[in-house]
Design a protein around this ligand. Structure first.
Ligand code: NAP
Length: 331
């Protein structure tokens, strides 16, 4: 391996339409164009990465591809005046790891508008424990608060609560004095959820109402939903007056069937959470909040550190809904 060679996790499409995953030696010259070259220190595994790593064309159209929507590291060189060699930076969102080569490799090159300087009160490792999962959870609460959600209205239900976004949502809501009802399919994760701050833990089934009724007795005052489908419909039907439902994900289904009754009778608000193109001013504000007042206390308990080679084991676990907390690749 010479100076410009490095290791990358690469997904290739085979002639029979299946996909292979392996670690390859690559050359820095093969990286996509961009103003900032970064040596990656940590990357995080997200649900989107698990899909991309399996050849999901809804996430990544062209292969070979290196996934990884979250990375952080040290600037090696920069053609932009905003960054200098040695800066610690976080790269998330935009097209990073989707159709642009992502964080599961030792070096990345990105456009200058993508990186954010690491806030002074945050370590590189913390930035990836938080990553897109933490950013999504924080953006959800930020938008809910802008829309009038206060702790006095009552508890917030978090679905997919042991997942990357869900774990962060439980922790960040707790920090902000909201009572949290954590909905989870993992019976063995109650201690984990209580440590994050959940005051009540319910089963996945309790957020998956099959009664067919358009409205239910209010069970929560708002929701951060990472699951979609009938779970999201249930979050809406059982939400109290003027509550906010932050819609983040689709691990159950992208479909949503509802009537208008929760909206016109209870004033329930549905808030769309889209992190990839969040305006830079809000992006910087969210990262500053995460570095300080909104930094969860027990970040260490949410992380699992793995090597690049271990992605092969962790990707299927995530696709099967068995992943817990944030999985970090350390370089
Ligand atoms: N809007 C955005 O900008 C944005 C940003 C980041 C992520 N997302 C989306 O948010 C979702 C969660 O991402 P993540 O990284 O947190 O994924 P993750 O770590 O895999 O967590 C998903 C969690 O959902 C639960 N779950 C899995 N399968 C389920 C099913 N069939 N029905 C109900 N619950 C199920 C599991 O938690 P329990 O076992 O505790 O139930 C699982 O741990 C994904 O859809 C992702 O694409 C969106």
């Amino acid at each position: 391996m010479n100076n410009s060679q490095y290791k990358a996790f690469v997904i290739r499409e085979k002639k029979d339409g299946t996909f292979s995953r392996s670690i390859e030696d690559k050359n820095i010259e093969e990286l996509p164009p961009g103003e900032v070259l970064i040596q990656v220190k940590y990357a995080a595994l997200n649900y989107k990465d698990a899909l991309s790593s399996s050849g999901h064309k809804g996430i990544t159209r062209k292969f070979p591809h290196t996934p990884g929507v979250d990375a952080c590291g040290i600037v090696v060189s920069s053609e932009s005046s905003e960054f200098v060699k040695g800066d610690a930076v976080i790269v998330t969102s935009y097209d990073f790891g989707m159709n642009t080569s992502g964080g599961f490799q030792e070096f990345i090159r990105v456009p200058a508008k993508w990186p954010v300087k690491l806030p002074s009160k945050m370590t590189l490792e913390e930035s990836m424990i938080l990553g897109t999962g933490g950013f999504t959870a924080a953006l959800s609460l930020y938008k809910m608060q802008q829309n009038g959600q206060i702790p006095e209205m009552g508890p917030i239900v978090v679905t997919g609560s042991t997942g990357g976004v869900g774990s962060m949502a439980v922790a960040i809501l707790t920090l902000n004095n909201y009572k949290v009802i954590a909905a989870s399919g993992k019976k063995d994760a109650h201690d984990y959820l209580r440590e994050l701050g959940a005051t009540q833990i319910i089963s996945r089934e309790e957020t998956n109402d099959k009664s067919g009724r358009p409205l239910l007795r209010p069970k929560w005052a708002g929701a951060i939903d990472t699951v979609g489908g009938n779970t999201l419909a249930t979050c809406i039907k059982a939400c109290g007056r003027n509550g906010n439902i932050a819609v983040c994900g689709l691990v159950e289904s992208p479909k949503l069937e509802t009537t208008v009754y929760p909206f016109i009778l209870n004033g329930v608000n549905v808030l769309g959470i889209e992190t990839a193109e969040t305006p830079r001013s809000i992006r910087l504000k969210i990262w500053e909040l995460l570095a300080d007042d909104w930094k969860p206390k027990h970040l260490d308990k949410i992380k699992k550190i793995i090597a690049l080679e271990d992605l092969e084991t962790h990707i299927p676990l995530m696709l099967e809904g068995k992943s817990k907390g944030r999985v970090l690749v350390k370089f």
